[in-house]
Design a protein around this ligand. Structure first.
Ligand SMILES: Nc1ncnc2c1ncn2[C@@H]1O[C@H](C[S@+](CC[C@H]([NH3+])C(=O)[O-])CC(=O)[O-])[C@@H](O)[C@H]1O
Ligand SMILES: O=C(O)C(=O)Cc1ccccc1
Length: 246
């Protein structure tokens, strides 16, 4: 069983930068569900989309896999023969718990797509030819100057007809839109039991390490990286998921 997220419940004298350490890993499933509107739908639908685009005998990457939620969904939906999923994250505690969860899934469900779990920095990975790549709320944690290179590397590794699924928190150029959706995101968190203090302290912790782009910036960058076509397929408040075609 996973714990309830109370990480930011007590007042802190100083708020350090948010990191995917042991403390966060212990509460992560609860934290992400209560913080990201639409997360369960996005995870389930990533499985469906991957099932449609996975080619026989090809690789699927889940980059910044955390506890492997998207990987678990894809393993249930991908039916193409000879496919293998590579789940990658650079947080050692995430990776070790991700392995436990996937092992538990093996025992419960038959005919799952095989997975390899890897502790690595995705900006330094030599990507192999693949049919599907998932960046489910990962790109927003990559330093902005490295984002185009990562997408270019992903585009190069994708096979013809390959697909990138990219989910992100969005920023909005129009100040009223930004304000409205940011407020509604706080309303969502309040409705999920987070206090004003928890919301404010978490905000300070992530503001320097998680830097959202606008949808337009994402689409321009995807185009520059070589993708021929991209569009969003889901949005709940300021959280969005896109697909980009090779
Ligand atoms: N350079 C990097 N290399 C590898 N991993 C990284 C790097 N930078 C950050 N990460 C990893 O990216 C993940 C982002 S969480 C993804 C949720 C998941 N996709 C999910 O479907 O539940 C999103 C969130 O917490 O909002 C963390 O596990 C980091 O360790
Ligand atoms: O909590 C937030 O405000 C977010 O924007 C999403 C989030 C979810 C989990 C870890 C870091 C950020």
């Amino acid at each position: 069983m996973t714990e309830t997220d109370k990480l930011f419940a007590q007042p802190r004298a100083q708020i350090g930068d948010f990191a995917f350490d042991d403390e966060v890993v212990r509460v992560f499933p609860d934290m992400i569900k209560r913080s990201v509107p639409g997360y369960p739908t996005i995870v389930e639908t990533i499985g469906l989309i991957a099932g449609q685009y996975a080619r026989p005998d090809s690789l699927i990457y889940d980059l910044g896999c955390s506890l492997g939620a998207a990987t678990q969904s894809m393993r249930r939906h991908v039916r193409a023969s000879g496919c293998r999923i590579m789940a990658v994250d650079n947080s050692a505690p995430m990776i070790s718990r991700c392995r436990e969860y996937l092992f538990a899934q093996n025992a419960m469900v038959e005919e799952l797509t095989p997975v390899e779990v890897m502790e690595a920095d995705i900006t330094r990975l030599a990507l192999q030819p693949c049919s599907v790549v998932v960046l489910n709320f990962t790109l927003q944690f990559i330093p902005p100057p490295q984002r185009l290179q990562l997408l270019t590397d992903i585009h190069r590794a994708l096979l013809p007809g390959g697909l990138l699924i990219l989910s992100e928190k969005l920023a909005f150029a129009d100040p009223r839109t930004q304000q409205n959706l940011e407020t509604m995101h706080y309303v969502f968190k309040r409705a999920n039991g987070y206090s004003e203090l928890e919301i404010a302290q978490k905000r300070s912790a992530i503001e320097k390490v998680m830097l959202p782009d606008t949808l337009e910036a994402h689409q321009d960058r995807l185009f520059k990286a070589g993708f021929s076509h991209s569009h969003s397929w889901f949005q709940s408040l300021n959280f969005c998921s896109m697909m980009a075609h090779k």
